[in-house]
Design a protein around this ligand. Structure first.
Ligand code: ARG
Length: 263
């Protein structure tokens, strides 16, 4: 995934240079595109999404999102836990702003990563954290393994996070969310070829791009009808036309998650 991101980034940089040149030729009146949130969303709060957790390092620097599914259980992406230990990670609930100090901070007593996980582009990108401190916030419900019809192409899904607001941009201090349509598996396959593992992934985004998760949103929720149905996993750049975001297909991992929630 990182190779893919990097390879496309240079193309995007070249395109950006072209766009700047064109704008300059058109003259000073040409509008400059506004920075786009989550890419393409709007600000929100942890009051609106009480299950939305920041995953931070021991110093409180957020690097991923997570979803509270029980008072002491948080679903996130396996790739977010690469190189992490129970001592290196914290979970923060009830904090809308990255620079805030409110809410609840918990240590992590156990990190479960899907044992088959190797790399996000190979699938199995799911992890469950067990918290030392209960979160006093409403948990999200998540799809059961039989609810595979939630991913019908064109279904509206909601993405939430503090990630970058443009492909090479900075994280957002305030939580953001956006809606994106679920993309048919065949469409995602034509974008990503063998990196798209249909059993483990689902794609969401507009054909024309413009709205997407981005770096720092990983591990956060893809909600369908308010229910956790996917985990932000990877993509080719962010919000690029023809390259939807790729999310962990949670129905495939629902039973594994439940085993961890009940453990
Ligand atoms: N891998 C990224 C992260 O760790 C998430 C990328 C999502 N990209 C996308 N184009 N939807 O935060």
């Amino acid at each position: 995934m990182f190779g893919l991101n990097r390879a496309r980034r240079s193309v995007a940089a070249a395109l950006a240079t072209t766009a700047v040149t064109t704008t300059a030729l058109l003259g000073a009146t040409a509008a400059v595109a506004a920075p786009q949130p989550i890419v393409g969303g709007t600000t929100t709060t942890t009051t609106a999404y009480p299950f939305m957790m920041q995953i931070t390092d021991a110093s409180g620097n957020q690097f991923c999102g997570g979803t509270l599914v029980a008072a002491r259980k948080v679903v996130t992406a396996a790739h977010c836990m690469a190189g992490e230990t129970t001592r290196s990670v914290r979970v923060v609930g009830g904090r809308t702003y990255l620079n805030g100090t409110n809410g609840t901070v918990s240590k992590v007593s156990k990190i479960w990563v899907d044992p088959d996980y190797t790399d996000a582009t190979n699938g199995d990108d799911v992890a469950v954290l067990t918290l030392s401190t209960s979160m006093p916030y409403t948990a999200a419900s998540y799809v059961s393994s039989s609810q595979t019809s939630v991913y019908a192409a064109g279904t509206t899904a909601r993405i939430v996070g503090w990630g970058a607001t443009s492909e090479s941009g900075n994280s957002s201090d305030q939580l953001r969310s956006a809606t994106v349509p679920i993309v048919a598996d065949a469409g995602c396959k034509s974008s990503y070829g063998s990196d798209f593992v249909k059993s483990d992934m689902v794609c969401a985004g507009y054909t024309s791009g413009g709205v997407d998760t981005c770096q720092g949103d990983s591990g956060g929720p893809l909600l369908i009808g308010g229910v956790l149905a996917g985990i932000t996993s990877w993509g080719n750049g962010c919000a690029e036309a023809g390259y939807p975001g790729v999310y962990t297909r949670l129905t495939t991992f629902s039973a594994l998650v439940t085993a961890q929630v009940n453990s």
